[in-house]
Design a protein around this ligand. Structure first.
Ligand code: PMP
Length: 425
């Protein structure tokens, strides 16, 4: 029996993370990672542009992060009774870096961070309604309806078939179109006094990469301030990846709460929720406090060491400069390629994130715009990339990522492989 067959016998769907049952990839078993590469158990090498949905911004098994984790592991374990120096230093750095963060707490995942953000917003406001945006994903939990990844998410009240979500959660979620300022104004006119929170990915990377307009982010800030609703930027993907201060530091719009995850520890499991001190101070580590907050692994020394090493490297080395330059090269190269081959495609993304949609027209600004994407072409061309050892996830609307470990030679190879893939799709 192969390893993949053994996995399917004992692990639902055969995987713990990632997407289940990707056609054509169900036998892939990973043996090793390094830098921009991974290898499967048959020895096949792949350049990794999927990057586990984004965490390894420095590349896989970054030596400085690995050394920091080893040193922590050799000297300090989990006690769960008091704070450590590493936690204090990391919190100080996050508060210094991320404009909205006056205080911050650590979690183990991005899902927990968004869960606690919404719970806090509801507790602080005494309201229940959460406004989210079509196609934005905020993790797996029962505090906000999920985007239905395989089908268009409806504007308005979420689809009642959303898997396993309580009807109360569906009833307390309002889905709006991204970048739709008029819809935001209308939602506040209709429901303002009931809106606890507005949550968004400032760049919705869970449907590739939609860029926000300035007017949209400003309208959200304005309406939330007027109505006393809590504005939450879910920067689980954009935090650290686009800038150490998150996308908010680039957009110049400051939310009330921010969630982080993924790239902040280069792949070690850590998330964070931070924001206005008056809100964050409602969290209490004692049951019976205003908003009880706990987690056995929150602030684990291993992941704190990984996060501190990641921050240090991002501050000391030209990581963002490198990935932004490569990202610009990839986007320009792909656009030129599609033009030459006469393939209707829109190349988009930001910094280290890129994606090609197979459709004509201007840059997409909302999830609806993406319905024109030719799914069969998108998935087919990515399968052909994978066949050539260039790993982009062959599922519709998924973004790809560059890391500090990717090189110009990798970009050359990506463009060559894309040309072959597109010619044969
Ligand atoms: N928010 C966003 C924007 C995400 O992309 C994700 C994960 N893809 C999450 C939250 C959930 O994070 P995690 O998978 O670490 O729970």
């Amino acid at each position: 029996m192969t390893l993949a067959e053994r996995a399917r016998r004992v692990i639902p769907g055969g995987v713990n993370s990632g997407q289940r049952s990707i056609p054509g990839l169900t036998d892939l078993v990973i043996a090793r990672t390094e830098g921009s590469r991974f290898w499967d158990t048959t020895g096949r090498e792949f350049t990794d542009y999927h990057a586990a949905f984004g965490p390894p911004l420095l590349g896989h098994n970054d030596p400085d992060v690995a050394a920091a984790v080893s040193a922590a592991r050799a000297s300090i374990g989990l006690t769960g009774v008091a704070v450590t120096e590493g936690e204090v230093t990391l919190a100080e750095q996050l508060v210094e870096l991320v404009p909205s963060m006056e205080k911050v707490l650590l979690t183990s995942t991005g899902s927990e961070a968004t869960f606690h953000a919404l719970r806090l917003a509801r507790a602080a406001t005494g309201r229940r309604l959460v406004v989210k945006f079509q196609g934005c994903y905020h993790g797996w939990h029962d505090s906000v309806s999920l985007n239905v990844i395989s089908a268009p998410e409806r504007v308005g009240r979420p689809d009642p078939t959303s898997a396993g979500i309580l009807p109360e959660v569906l009833a307390a979620t309002l889905v709006l179109r991204f970048n739709d300022v008029a819809a935001v104004r209308q939602a506040f006119a209709d429901h303002g006094p009931d809106i606890a929170a507005v949550i968004l990915e400032p760049v919705p990377h869970n449907v590739g990469a939609l860029l926000p307009t300035d007017a949209f982010l400003r309208a959200l800030r304005e309406e939330c301030t007027k109505a006393g609703s809590v504005l939450v930027f879910d920067e689980v993907i954009t935090g650290f990846r686009h800038a150490l201060g998150g996308y908010q530091s680039l957009a110049g719009v400051t939310p009330d709460l921010t969630t982080l995850g993924k790239a902040i520890a280069n792949g070690a499991p850590v998330g964070a929720i931070g924001g206005r001190a008056d809100l964050m101070d409602l969290f209490s580590s004692r049951p019976g406090g205003p908003v009880f907050f706990a987690g056995t692994y929150n602030g684990h020394p291993d992941v704190v060491a990984a996060a501190l090493a990641t921050v240090r490297k991002l501050r000391e080395e030209p990581v963002h400069e490198h990935v932004f330059r490569l990202g610009d090269r990839v986007r320009a190269g792909l656009a030129e390629l599609y033009r030459t081959l006469d393939v209707p495609a829109v190349v988009t993304g930001y910094g280290s994130v890129f994606v090609s949609y197979f459709m004509s027209g201007p840059q997409p600004r909302s999830y609806d715009d993406l319905l024109a994407n030719d799914t069969a072409l998108f998935v087919g061309y990515r399968r052909r990339l994978v066949d050539q050892g260039v790993f982009e996830l062959p599922l519709n609307l998924k973004r790809s990522h560059l890391s500090y470990a990717h090189t110009d030679a990798d970009v050359d190879r990506l463009l060559e492989a894309t040309e072959t893939a597109v010619r044969h799709t």
